[in-house]
Structures are given as structure tokens and as C-alpha cells.
Design a protein around this ligand. Structure first.
Ligand SMILES: Nc1nc2c(ncn2[C@@H]2O[C@H](COP(=O)(O)OP(=O)(O)OP(=O)(O)O)[C@@H](O)[C@H]2O)c(=O)[nH]1
Ligand SMILES: [Mg+2]
Length: 461
């Protein structure tokens, strides 16, 4: 069942103080190692049933029988292959938390013959042993890294196989199309049968729709995984840092009445409507003779270029300057929000003066309508509640799906019953698309691909 010959071990809980820490072992010698390091009432771990646990003491395997050094009091859990996370024999030792206790347990199991696990190696084994596919393995990482409930739910759906099943449907449709085309070409006497070609065209369209639907989920997936980069920009003294602080609920950035207060970009994270946000305050945009301020403005412009959403703050109690108008015109209107601030000082500019872009008036002094800002931001994020069985693809998935879409379109364009040579080419193109889809789920993989995925995991997962 398992391909592994060695037994790996790692601390699977996060470093630092905690009630318990878990050292995990996986591989053919897990139970034998457990026997050597765990002192418990008979029978020894290797003679116990799967899914059982036993209380005892971790001891160093090299200590003599008469003076067994007690390392920790612990609970040992036994999972026998294939009913485990990796499909191998797995042993988990739950000892006391903190950095030293867990490290001492790990030293014992390494001294008894285990080797230290690489980053993500337990999950890699789960993949190599066929328990999960590659998109499910990636979901484990997404779940560990989820910074909001919505991100966590999407990762759980992917782990449960929502994306896998969509991909399999597309894969099976294309596989059937390819077989159909190859079968029709096998008739050596005639051109490909028109009905078979028509069926293939229809199936290609079906597969294309499936790929398209998955590609549409990328925006959500990107924001759930990486967080939406929301950049606050505008002229100096408009109230950017005040807004930044209000949104965070703390006085994070310095606010003064002097234009040019903020110099560097400041980034903080928060969760809005289930979406993780990376909120950035920036230096006010203006021509400046000061080298430090100019560097701050360059950084502000760099952040703006990368932003998923931008909030442009204007002092609405003053007439708009030519340069402000230009900056507003330069905003991407689908992904920007203009805040006409300082309405307590008078409203010289109102949202109706800016008909081409979403704008609101407010005062951050009197009426802190930050909630209105966050509601608007949420609507700009496209935050229809994510349906329960949601799929949200990652950048890796997107690249492969875009390639697949191209292949499907090229194959579709070639299909013509009157041209057997084109049908051969189309069948070849579909084969290449199947390979791309195989790389998505891990049906087809190479070492570099696995390394690039699993090296992003933590040790012990
Ligand atoms: N009256 C009034 N004052 C405001 C309002 N919002 C901010 N201010 C004041 O405007 C001044 C500038 O605010 P900041 O938040 O530092 O402005 P900024 O856009 O970050 O400025 P720079 O960092 O210099 O680019 C401060 O004195 C704030 O107290 C508002 O709605 N009404
Ligand atoms: Mg500021």
C-alpha cells in the first residue's frame, strides 16, 4: 500500500507555549519505534489495535532498563495502515506543551530510528499513497493558512473534493471525446463519421463550459488565499490615515494636521465580511522636494498598481484641484471608491460631482460612517455570499485551466468531418489537455511540481 521505506517524525503542533504538543510518526517502523520509546502497561503499542490510545511515559531508547529516563508523561495514539492520515502506520504522541517537552520526545523517536520529516512530508505521503489528490493536498495548506471563516470554508470544500469532482467531470468528458474521435478514425475506409464529430464538438463545448465556470472562481480564490490588497491613497492631509485607523479600530498610523505626515506605506490585516483584507495606508500624492517624501510617494504608487481595490480620499470641503481630478480619472472605476471627507467643514464637492465613479461624502470627525465604507468595500469585492459548496481555484489551477481552455478551443476549431487529418490533430490536442488536467489533480506529476507544492507546508503537516 505505502511506497515509503523510512519512518518520519516531526513535532506537529505550533511552537510556543500550549497545553499539549504532538509528535507524529509515519512509516513502516512507527509502531516498533513506539515500543522502544513508550513505557506503558502491557500490551506494547505494536500489539494494540488500530484507533486506540494508551497513557504512559516517553523514555529515551538508549537509557538502561534499570534507570529509564522519564522524558514526559504522554498519551500515545495508534493508527494502523491504511486507516491513517498518510495511509501508513502512524503514531501520535501527545505530551506536555512548550518547546522543550516536545523537542525531547522528538529526540527520543529519532534516536529510536525515525528520520526528521521534511516540510509537508506527511501530506505528501497521503498524496503519494493515493489518499488525497493534489488539489486536496493544496487545500490542507489553504486551511492551515486561512485567515477568515470564508477562506477556511472554501478550503474545507476543496479538501472534501468539491474541486476534484468538477475536474473529474471535465476530464471524463474529454476522455470520452478523445476515445470517440480515435475510434472514428480507426475506420480505415472512410472519412470520420459526421455524427461522431458532431458529438465530439458538443462534448468539447460542455467541457469548455466546465473550465470556464472554474476560471470564474479565481478572483474569489485569490482574495480568499492571499487577501484583497486595499490601498488608501489621495492628496496629503485628506484624512487617509484617519480612515485607516478607524477601519482597524486602533491608532496605528500617525495623524497630524501637517500635510505629508505619512511617509512609508503601512500594512495591516483585517477581516471584512469573511474576506481577509490587507489594508495599506500610503503617503499623500504630491510633488515634493523632500527625498524621503518622494520615496514614500513612489512606494504609494507601487502599492496602488498592485491593489485589488483602492480607496481614494479627498478633502471634500475644498474645491477639487486639477491634479486631484486627474488622479480620480486615473482610477479603475470598477475597483475604486472615492471618499469625500471632512463634510463637517462644508461640502464643496459632492458625489454628484463625480458621476463616473462610486463616491460617498462623510466626516471622520463627527459621524464616523466607517461602516458605510466597509459595506461598499464588501460590495466591490463582489461579496455575494459564497455558496456552501464553493470552489475557488488558485493561481496554479488557473494557469493550467487557461492552457486547457486554449487547447479545447483549438481542438474545436479543427473538428471537421471532411478533414480526417484535422480530426487527428484535434484528438492530439485533447490528449494534451487531458495531461494538463492530470497535472492539476496530480494524476500526472513530476518531482519539481511536488517540491514546489509541499515545500510551502510547515514541518509536521
Ligand atoms: N474636520 C475634519 N478633520 C479631519 C477629518 N478627517 C481627518 N481630519 C484631520 O485632517 C488632518 C489630516 O489627517 P490625516 O489622517 O493625517 O491625513 P492623511 O491623508 O493621512 O495625510 P498625510 O499622511 O499627510 O498624507 C488631521 O488633523 C485629521 O484630524 C474630517 O473628517 N474632518
Ligand atoms: Mg497619513
Amino acid at each position: 500500500m505505502s511506497n515509503s521505506i523510512d519512518t518520519i517524525a516531526a513535532i506537529s503542533t505550533a511552537p510556543g507555549e500550549g497545553a499539549i504538543a504532538v509528535v507524529r510518526l509515519s512509516g513502516p517502523a512507527s509502531l516498533e519505534i513506539a515500543d522502544r520509546v513508550f513505557d506503558c502497561p502491557a500490551p506494547p503499542p505494536s500489539e494494540r489495535q488500530r484507533n486506540s490510545f494508551v497513557r504512559g511515559h516517553v523514555v529515551h531508547p538508549d537509557a538502561g532498563q534499570e534507570r529509564k529516563a522519564n522524558v514526559d508523561e504522554a498519551i500515545l495514539l495508534i493508527f494502523r495502515a491504511p486507516h491513517s492520515y498518510t495511509r501508513e502506520d502512524v503514531v501520535e504522541i501527545q505530551g506536555h506543551g512548550g518547546t522543550s517537552a516536545a523537542r525531547r520526545i522528538l529526540e527520543c523517536v529519532l534516536a529510536a530510528g525515525a528520520r526528521p520529516a521534511d516540510a509537508g512530508e506527511f501530506t505528501k505521503r497521503a498524496f503519494l499513497n493515493g489518499r488525497i489528490d493534489l488539489v486536496q493536498a493544496e487545500a490542507v495548506l489553504d486551511l492551515i493558512r486561512a485567515r477568515s471563516d470564508r477562506a477556511a470554508s472554501a478550503a474545507v470544500e476543496q479538501l472534501d473534493g468539491a474541486l476534484t469532482s468538477s475536474l473529474l467531470t471535465i476530464y471524463d468528458t474529454l476522455l470520452a471525446t478523445q476515445s470517440l474521435l480515435e475510434a472514428t478514425l480507426d475506420f480505415d475506409d472512410a472519412d470520420p463519421q459526421p455524427e461522431a464529430v458532431a458529438d465530439a464538438v458538443r462534448d468539447l463545448l460542455k467541457a469548455r463550459e466546465g473550465v470556464d465556470r472554474l476560471l470564474e472562481t479565481w478572483h474569489d480564490g485569490h482574495i480568499l488565499r492571499e487577501g484583497a490588497l486595499v490601498v488608501i491613497s489621495g492628496k496629503p492631509n485628506a484624512g487617509k490615515s484617519t480612515l485607516f485607523n478607524r477601519m482597524l479600530g486602533k491608532e496605528r498610523a500617525i495623524v497630524t494636521r501637517h500635510p505629508g505626515t505619512t511617509r512609508d506605506t503601512i500594512e495591516e490585516t483585517l477581516v471584512l465580511n469573511g474576506y481577509p483584507l490587507r489594508l495599506v495606508d500610503t503617503a499623500g500624492l504630491r510633488d515634493s522636494a523632500c527625498e524621503i517624501e518622494r520615496e514614500g510617494i513612489t512606494r504609494a504608487e507601487q502599492s496602488l498598481r498592485k491593489a485589488d481595490l483602492s480607496i481614494y480620499v479627498v478633502d471634500g470641503s475644498q474645491a477639487l484641484q486639477e491634479e486631484t481630478n486627474r488622479q480620480i480619472e486615473g482610477l479603475d472605476k470598477d475597483h475604486s471608491l472615492v471618499i469625500l471627507n471632512k463634510s463637517d467643514l462644508g461640502q464643496i464637492v459632492t458625489p454628484t460631482d463625480l458621476p463616473n465613479i462610486r463616491a460617498i461624502s462623510l466626516s471622520m470627525m463627527e459621524d464616523i460612517r466607517v461602516e458605510q465604507v466597509t459595506t461598499l468595500l464588501a460590495s466591490l469585492l463582489g461579496s455575494e455570499p459564497v455558496p456552501e459548496a464553493c470552489v475557488a481555484i488558485s493561481s496554479r489551477h488557473r494557469a493550467l485551466l487557461l492552457d486547457s481552455l486554449k487547447g479545447i478551443d483549438e481542438a474545436g476549431a479543427l473538428l471537421d468531418p471532411g478533414k480526417p487529418e484535422s480530426v487527428v490533430l484535434a484528438a492530439n490536442l485533447i490528449r494534451a489537455v487531458l495531461e494538463k488536467l492530470g497535472q492539476l489533480t496530480g494524476r500526472v506529476y513530476h518531482d519539481e511540481l511536488l517540491d514546489s507544492i509541499f515545500s510551502r507546508f510547515c514541518i509536521g503537516k
